[in-house]
Design a protein around this ligand. Structure first.
Ligand code: 4NP
Length: 143
């Protein structure tokens, strides 16, 4: 799960998908990272931690990481929150096999809105991510 800062959107996606996969008894490794490195080592934004907690997910122990090319080898699927992330991640891909692992987290070319500058967006962003995460787990569980 990849976004820009790895403190708002992708930590939510990481925590939600990990939780749902565990509930479905799937042995998945789920992680998140940012295309930017400003927040490396930091916990998620307190607003993401709070909204996740209010819906029953604990993302407080996750720490921000910087997306790097090694992650193409470590993971089967790389899901990005918006088209800027898509461009930045694809720049680091070395071949079609790596490029083919990358797609938008949402379908229909839609971006997950960056909530960083608007407190009111954290709840709808959480709901969008959780709704898609449920479908994604169903989609990927048999692959
Ligand atoms: P995120 O949100 O990409 O969902 O983690 C952002 C967090 C921090 C910044 C930008 C977006 N930033 O510029 O520091």
């Amino acid at each position: 799960m990849v976004c820009l800062g790895n403190i708002c959107r992708s930590p939510l996606a990481e925590g939600i998908v990990r939780h749902l996969a565990a509930d479905a008894q799937l042995d998945w490794e789920v992680a998140s990272a940012g295309t930017g490195n400003w927040h490396v080592g930091q916990p998620a934004d307190k607003r993401s931690i709070a909204v996740a907690r209010s819906y029953g997910y604990d993302i407080s122990k996750q720490r921000a990481k910087h997306f790097n090319a090694g992650m193409f080898e470590d993971f089967d699927h790389i899901l990005v929150m918006d088209k800027n992330n898509l461009r930045d991640v694809l720049k680091l891909a070395k071949n079609d096999e790596q490029r083919n692992k990358v797609r938008l987290f949402l379908t229909e070319e839609a971006d997950v809105t960056d909530p960083y500058f608007d407190d009111q967006l954290f709840d709808p962003v959480f709901q969008t991510i959780e709704q898609r995460a449920k479908k994604l787990v169903e989609e990927l569980r048999d692959k």
